[in-house]
Design a protein around this ligand. Structure first.
Ligand code: PMP
Length: 443
């Protein structure tokens, strides 16, 4: 069994100064491994253990850790003295804007922020300013960051969720303390893949926006059913709400134009983060001109404040430019690699799960995958939480650690391959899964 004495000592020392010892409560998992460095698909902890990484730091590492092209771009801006000026603009910001609008043709313009949460916050503000309405809809099980409107209805246990609600909304269920009570009246959570609920909400409330990940990737990987995203587009046009696709996880990972381009459905606003800068803190809000121009509206009454000391910081901006160029220049090779490796992983996992008598399914999109211990691919969070067995998932993840394979230590969390993963890595992982599940069979 792998041991973590140094990790444990560091966590307990850090806990003296940092509540819980971690800087994001989402990172507080057991065992508390303290990582020290990473290269490509591999990570090393302070105790000298190494791990094949499928967590990818919650998704950013599309090219792999410590990518030399991204590193070179970052070092270049530092060496050239391209400081943060906090005044006017820079050539780098324009280069990033041009590049993104080139590779994602449905975008008119972009704005640059630091995190996905900031970007979804701004997207909702733009939608409210544009429509003059306050109500928003989000799917049960969708994650869009930590701010008040969206820090709700995520990973809700079945006992709290209660019976399934069709053509209806779930109560506002905050996942954080400190959210003012008024928010519960403005945020309506519905099942993913349920167009009737969205329409019912539009009849009941003046809706400013529907915000959704096009694939729910914070509860594994729940695909939109055929026609769902198109149906959302049609409802947005019919009822005049702003359709926001949160592509913080799916953008640049599944295709340069994110899942929108694969699904061929164009949102009004889209939000990118994570893979866009291969591990550096940068997010983008982008979309239709009439919405984006509200940031510079001559009418002060609906101009949307855009501010942030670090927006467009040269280091993450250079990292994003280098990442997107690398993805664009090797577009076919990288996304084919993801499909080939992803398919190898999926078929391998399905075979092992079946042979070891597990009732399980594997959900996948390109490089991202997740095993659910249930007999069908879930349609939405209610379906998932009603049928999945998280304990089996927990055990698999825990036992894989001892075989140097790092799936994030929480059930239903999606795994990501990177361009640095190889066929041999996938086979090593499958051997690990085989040995864990066969051992379980014998006990
Ligand atoms: N949207 C989605 C879909 C995400 O997965 C996340 C982060 N997991 C966010 C928004 C928030 O991004 P950040 O953590 O950079 O604020």
């Amino acid at each position: 069994m792998t041991l973590y004495p140094k990790s444990q000592a560091i966590l307990s020392e850090n806990s003296r100064f940092i509540p819980g010892g971690v800087v994001s409560t989402n990172r507080a998992v057991d065992p508390p491994i303290v990582f020290r460095r990473a290269e490509g698909a591999w990570m090393w902890d302070v105790d000298g253990n190494r791990y094949l990484d499928y967590h990818a730091a919650f998704g950013p590492y599309v090219l792999g850790h410590n990518d030399r092209h991204v590193n070179a771009a970052v070092l270049r801006v530092i060496e050239e003295g391209r400081s943060l000026f906090g005044s006017g603009t820079t050539e780098l910001e324009g280069e990033l804007g041009r590049l993104i609008c080139d590779v994602v043709p449905f975008l008119d313009s972009i704005q640059v922020l630091n995190t996905g949460s900031e970007a979804t916050y701004q997207a909702l503000r733009l939608a409210r300013a544009a429509t003059g309405r306050d109500h928003i809809i989000k799917p049960q099980g969708g994650y869009h960051g930590w701010h008040n409107d969206v820090a709700c209805n995520l990973m809700t246990p079945l006992s709290t969720l209660g019976p399934r609600r069709n053509a209806d909304e779930y109560p506002f269920l905050p996942i954080s303390g400190g959210i003012p009570a008024g928010h519960s009246e403005l945020v309506h959570a519905v099942n993913f893949n349920d167009l009737e609920s969205v329409e019912a909400m539009c009849r009941k409330y003046p809706i400013a926006a529907f915000i959704t990940e096009p694939i729910l990737q914070n509860v594994g990987l729940i695909h939109p059913q055929p026609g769902y995203l198109e149906g959302l587009r049609a409802l947005a046009d019919k009822y005049g709400f702003v359709l926001i696709f949160d592509e913080v996880k799916t953008g640049f990972r599944h295709a340069l134009g994110g899942f929108s381009s694969l699904a061929k459905v164009t949102p009004d606003l889209v939000v990118y983060g994570k893979a866009i800068a291969n591990g550096y803190p940068l997010a983008v809000i982008a979309g239709k001109k009439y919405l984006m121009d509200l940031f510079v509206s001559p009418d002060a009454s609906n101009r949307v404040l855009l501010a942030g000391t670090y927006n467009g910081h040269p280091v993450p901006t250079a990292a994003a430019i280098a990442t997107i160029k690398r993805l664009a220049e090797n577009n076919a090779a990288i996304y084919t690699h993801f499909e080939t490796l992803g398919a190898r992983m999926q078929t391998g996992l399905e075979k092992i799960l079946k042979e070891t008598g597990n009732r399980a399914v594997v959900a996948r999109q390109g490089s991202a995958f997740c095993t659910y211990f249930m007999d069908h691919l879930p349609l939405d969070w209610h379906d998932l939480i009603s049928n999945n067995d998280p304990e089996q998932d927990n055990h698999l993840r825990r036992d894989l650690l001892d075989r140097s394979i790092y799936f994030f230590q929480l059930p239903m969390k999606q795994c990501s391959l990177s361009a640095a993963h190889t066929e041999a890595d996938v086979d090593f992982t499958l051997e690990g899964v085989q040995s864990v599940l066969s051992a379980k069979l014998q006990t």
